[in-house]
Design a binder for this molecule. Sequence first.
Ligand SMILES: Cc1ncc(COP(=O)(O)O)c(C=O)c1O
Length: 391
Amino acid sequence: MATNGKPVKGFGLKHSATGTTIFTVMSALATQHNAINLSQGFPDFHIDERLSQLLGDAARLGHNQYAPMPGMPALRQAIAVNFKQRYGVNIDPDSEITVTPGATYAIYTAFTALLQPGDEVIVLEPAYDSYIPNIEMNGGIVVPVALPAPDFNVDWNKVKEAITPRTRSIIINTPHNPTGAIWDKNDWDTLAEIVRDTDIVILSDEVYEQLVFDGQKHYSVLEHPELRQRSFALYSFGKVFNNTGWKIGYCIAPPEYTLAFRRIHQFVAFTVNTPAQYALAHILGNNTAIPVNQLMQAKRDLFLELIKQTPFTVFTPTKGSYFQVVGYERINDMGDMEFAEWLTKEYGVATIPVSAFYKNKKDDKLIRFCFAKKEETLRDAIARLSALAAR
Ligand SMILES: Cc1ncc(COP(=O)(O)O)c(C=O)c1O
C-alpha cells in the first residue's frame, strides 16, 4: 500500500518527507504500465549459484536460530580479512564490525546513536533519498549543500560555509548515487582539513565501493587514518553479490562508535538473518566471488553505447555505481517528474527523476537510469527509447 502524502491521523510524523519514496512510486508505475524497470537500483539477473546453494545448505544444516548480536563471528572475520586484502587496513572484527539488516538501517542506526535534537547534518545533494528522513527522524536538522552539475564534484567552499558550531555530522557517498561521481584522495584530505578542529563525525556510505570503473580506485574513509577515527563506514552485500533483497550490510567504526551503535542495534534488530550470514561468510571467506565491477562495467559500457541511439544526453559517463544520469533537453521541456511518468506511460521505460534526490526537489531536468540489468533488458529498453524524437 502506498503511504501517500498525508500524515496518518493520530500518528506523529517525525520527518518532512511526507510522500512515498520515489522508488516505490516508479516501480509501481512500471508494473502498472508494463514498463521495463530501469528505475530502482537492483539487478534483474540471477545471483551466483553457489550462494543460493550455501543459503539452502545453511538452513538444512540447522543454522536457523538467532546469530550473535554483532553478527556471526565467521562473517565478521571474513569481512576483516577481505578489507585487509583490498585496502591494506586492519579492522578488529570483534570491536569494529557490526552486521546489519542492510546499509540503510546502518545509516539510520548511526544517526540514532549520534544525534541530539537540533544537531545539524550536512548532506551533499543530490543524495540517496533515505538520508534526510533518517536525520530528521532522529531530531537532526538537514543542511543541504549542492553538488554542481554536470560532474557533481564537491564544491569545498560551499561545504566550509555550511559548517556551524552545531554541525555534528557530514554524510558522504562515494561512489555516488545517483550521479556515479567518485571521490579521490584529495577530497578526503580536504575533508580532513575542514573537520580537524571540530567534533564532526563522518558517515561514509560506501555501498558501491566495488563498482568503480575504468581501472579507477575507490578510496575508503578507512584508508584515511585521521578520518577513520571519526567515521562510521557503511556497506551493503546486496551491491556486491547482486542480492539486494537479502538486505544485509555492515558498519565499520572505531570501538567507541561501535559500542554506541550496538547500544541501539541490540534493541531494534538485535541480529540479522542467520542462514544468509552463513552463506555470505562462506563465499567471502573462500574468496571465490566473481568480481562485480567487471560485470557492471560491461553493462555500463553497453548502456552508454546503446543510448547513443536515443536523443538523451550523457553529460558525464558514470565512474561508479549502478547508475547513469542523462539530460532530455533535446526531447522536451517537461519537469523531470512529469517526464519520468510520461516516459513510463508512453514509451514503457521507468527511470528516476533526479529532483527526488533533493530536499527542495530542485529540478535540473535530469533522469537516472539503472543499468544493472540483463543485456536483453537493456537492449529492449533502448529499442523502446529509440522511438523518441529529438525536437
Ligand atoms: C547510496 C545508497 N546507500 C544505501 C543503499 C541501501 O543499501 P541496503 O539495501 O543495504 O539498505 C542504497 C540502495 O540503493 C544506496 O543507493
